[in-house]
Ligand binder design. Sequence first.
Ligand SMILES: C[S@@+](CC[C@H](N)C(=O)[O-])C[C@H]1O[C@@H](n2cnc3c(N)ncnc32)[C@H](O)[C@@H]1O
Length: 427
Amino acid sequence: MSTSRSSLLEESDNWDFRDADTKEGTHVIHSYPAMMIPQVARGLIAHLRALKPDAQTLLDPFCGAGTVLVEAARQGLAPWGNDLNPLALRIARVRTTPIDERALQIALAALQAAVTPLALAGWRGEIPTFEGRDFWFKPEVSRALAFVLEQIRAMTHPDDRALAEMAFSETVRLVSNTRNGEFKLYRMSAEKLSQFHPDVLGLFLQTLARYVAGLQAFDADLRKAAVPTQIVQGDTRLLEGVPDQYFDLMVTSPPYGDSRTTVAYGQFSRLSLEWLGLPPEEARTVDRRLLGGTAPPEPALEPIPSAAVQAGLDAIAAQHPDRAREVESFYRDLDRAVCAITRTLKPGALCAWVVANRTVKRVVLPTNTIIAELSAVRGYSFIEDLTRNIPNKRMPLANSPSNVSGDTGATMTQEHMVILRYDGSRR
Ligand SMILES: C[S@@+](CC[C@H](N)C(=O)[O-])C[C@H]1O[C@@H](n2cnc3c(N)ncnc32)[C@H](O)[C@@H]1O
């Protein structure tokens, strides 16, 4: 597919955003794997709106931490998000909810007064148990976390509690025995662990203060949303609870492969979800439930309607048939997601898919072409494919522990933004 930089893009000529602040406003709230950068979300929404000035509603069916939703709200649209990961939904909700400044300050003052080393020293409450707790957390860390959680649960307003829970969740990541900065759960070396004595209360309060500043910075902007942001927990292959023929715009970055061999959203979220009290069957099964998480049924179903997928699968299968089946499962799910998304769009809706190509067993899978092909058979026309260089690579590289060895032969340094128009269903 050729890459065009049409005149439509004059307003945002350079999509690299080399030195951009990606943590401004509520985007500072909670880390999340493979986030879109706010500048890309903002630029794409503005770009689509220039093409469709009457657009009012926007869907991000793989909303993750809600980057697109925040930017859609700030541009006065009615944003809807969908994701399966309960942690993603909690982050997205907090990032898009304006605050009641006065009530929040009162609640925070009470929380700060309660979360002190002296109060912790005299605390005799219960420490929640879950499988692996003592492997991932030192006893004194678990005790301090349980203490903080109890103070948060005493907060009366649900929005204030949700905000504090996100600061708590980020703290869980920082104070766990996991190796820093990795999405998958790997334990620190014994030597590092022996010197690891995190200040749980201090980290929690500092994180919360950063989040509050982010919310204050975007509060007026978030109120511009045409209606409060709607966030649905659901499977994008079905999009239950998302209305039919409702959306003028769709902006999203889907996962670029299954969670086991690419980005492990579920592993990233698990310890936070356990601490936040989700049942184990929800906290531990996220990765299996995401796109490509389970193998397709035998015998194989109809071919996936993309020549690029078929060519890629054939090339992988020639050497590694099992691997080809796993990869097929992902693209079959992606195809189902395209179908479900189509149902929710108004004819004439504009879509932007932000994707990166993937290399499996040295076979390149051109996700930009694949998305355009899967969409073409469902009644979309191709408008353009914009590319951007990824300056501070937020996706896993060849040697990242997030990847299964041999799965990735090339680093991803470019992202594609595939722009499509839905013309109406072809039956
Ligand atoms: C690349 S991330 C999206 C990141 C988002 N743009 C952001 O800025 O935070 C892809 C998301 O797809 C979600 N996902 C994967 N499979 C899904 C499925 N079948 N249904 C719903 N969400 C799914 C993952 O949980 C993850 O949050």
